[in-house]
Design a protein around this ligand. Structure first.
Ligand code: GLY
Length: 386
């Protein structure tokens, strides 16, 4: 497979920025929905787990272009995110990192906005309030301690950087300690012997012992939901970055190999890796997430002096990005679509899963965001907010 060239990367970035700027009138005082419907994102209030991604795209666009319009628009969202956490609006779940890293940690990092820092710290306290001592994990969804929700999900690895950030920011080690405990629980239970992973994992409420893996958005309990595997890949690279625990990077390699071995010829994953050919929908967002994980890992291997591996993951990232560029990237002159990347899948119903169907073969907000993050990462010298 071919790799994305520097010329294609620059073209993709300027294409993305043009689409984002065209969308600004719609999503400056409104948020973007989780996914497009027939190609168009609805405008929504700040209530979804995904609303941090659009401001994240604005910050990335600002970094790439220096355009003050994008910086200004991104900054406007800080007050909305502050209000959301202060008034506890739709925050009874674990997705504080997805919400607050690309919106408020980014704003604090790039502009020193003190409200953004305050909001992100409040979100961090909300996240650790979901820590279950019995089993040592952050409960993903639902009322705390509810029998049908005494579980964590693989996606949570991407919420943990908020905790490391908060410990660095405040000097209080509690956040980091909880992140480390959750990671240990996750690594001990979520991976099968072939290095595929469970989407969700139940723990025993009385003993804290592992009970069983299940799925919500994957095809079935013992298949590998493509995005779950992608969250695991990027999440393990980040776990190593923040802890220095080498076994996480070793696990990252195996989990990545499983993912790459399940890709069809055009390298855009099916929504569940149980499918390797045929007409099932794809999830392009998984490819972008994995590209970001590979570029993160490449930097980490560079620092370790493992240059062969650094090169290997950089090349794999560029290969995935070329596939997205060729098959999924929305061109700025396309009409009837206002996202950046086609062929994402949010939640596809199967006979065995429990999800509410949404956004099948559409643009998804995080798919657009991680595509941009990958483009910026590949350009070098990005100061990550994860
Ligand atoms: N974190 C939920 C999802 O990836 O759909």
């Amino acid at each position: 497979m071919r790799e994305i060239t520097e010329q294609e990367r620059l073209e993709a970035l300027s294409n993305a920025i043009a689409i984002i700027k065209r969308n600004l009138p719609d999503y400056t005082y409104s948020c973007q929905d989780t996914n497009t419907v027939d190609g168009i994102y609805r405008k929504i209030e700040n209530i979804e787990w995904t609303t941090g991604f659009w401001p994240g795209e604005l910050w990335l666009g600002y970094i790439a272009s220096g355009d003050e319009v994008l910086r200004h628009a991104a900054g406007i969202f800080v007050e909305s995110f502050r209000e959301r956490i202060e008034k506890h609006i739709a925050v009874d779940h674990h997705d504080m990192g997805f919400l607050y890293n690309p919106s408020c940690v980014a704003a604090w990092q790039l502009t020193g906005n003190a409200h953004a820092r305050e909001a992100a710290l409040l979100a961090t306290d909300n996240l650790i309030s979901r820590f279950q001592e019995k089993g040592e994990f952050l409960q993903a969804w639902g009322a705390m301690g509810a029998d049908d929700n005494y579980r964590y999900i693989i996606d949570c690895l991407l919420n943990l950087p908020l905790l490391y950030w908060a410990s660095d920011e405040t000097g209080n080690p509690i956040y980091r300690e909880i992140a480390i405990k959750h990671t240990r629980t996750c690594v001990a239970n979520s991976f099968r012997s072939d290095y595929s992973c469970f989407h969700t994992f139940f723990m025993d409420k009385e003993t804290g012992k592992p009970v069983r893996g299940e799925t919500c958005q994957g095809y079935k309990a013992d298949s590998s939901w493509a995005r779950g595997q992608a969250w695991a890949i990027y999440g393990l690279a980040l776990a190593y970055k923040h802890t220095g625990e080498k076994s996480y990077l070793d696990l990252f390699e195996h989990v990545s190999e499983y993912f790459m071995n399940k890709l069809p010829q055009d390298m855009i994953p099916y929504w569940d890796l149980i499918f390797t050919s045929g007409d099932e929908p794809r999830d392009s967002s998984s490819a972008s997430i994995v590209a970001c994980g590979f570029l993160e890992a490449s930097e980490l291997y560079d620092k370790l002096g493992e240059y062969d591996k650094a090169l290997k993951y950089r090349k794999l990232a560029k290969t995935l990005m070329k596939a997205i560029y060729d098959s999924c990237m929305v061109r700025k002159d396309e009409s009837g679509i206002n996202g950046l990347v086609k062929h994402g899948t949010y939640s596809k119903k199967s006979p065995y899963n429990t999800c509410t169907p949404a956004g099948v073969d559409e643009c998804v907000s995080w798919g657009d965001y991680y595509w941009m993050e990958a483009l910026i990462r590949l350009g070098g010298s990005w100061k990550s907010w994860w």
